[in-house]
Design a protein. Structure first.
Length: 119
């Protein structure tokens, strides 16, 4: 059974930092891109960042470029999202995803974690 289990998140003041973690299990993810999305109340789901599980250049949304960093630890089967210089507009539920669509595989989602940035 594939599982993506998220941790991290919480309440932080504007300008602060948080790190989200996403630990994957249940299959090999070498053909997947690992991604972070977010959804603010009343808004559409928004792409934040992604990177190939097997390594390679990450992609970032313009709104987070230079502030957020996606990384992975293969030994721990974990993907991270380091979020620095947080702004109130970063407040949202954050979801990690394992996206295998390019390889004809499925998409798996984490359970989501709330990030609230107070101004």
């Amino acid at each position: 059974q594939v599982q993506l289990v998220q941790s991290g998140g919480g309440l932080v003041q504007a300008g602060g930092s948080l790190r989200l973690s996403c630990t994957a299990s249940g299959r090999t993810f070498s053909n997947y891109r690992m991604a972070w999305f977010r959804r603010a109340p009343g808004a559409e789901r928004e792409f934040v960042a992604d990177m190939p599980w097997s390594g390679g250049s990450p992609n970032y949304a313009d709104s987070v470029k230079g502030r957020f960093t996606i990384s992975r630890d293969n030994a721990k089967n974990t993907v991270y999202l380091q979020m620095n210089s947080l702004k109130s507009e970063d407040s949202a539920a954050y979801y990690c995803a394992a996206d295998g669509t390019v390889s004809g595989l499925g998409v798996y989602w984490g359970q989501g974690t709330q990030v609230t940035v107070s101004s």
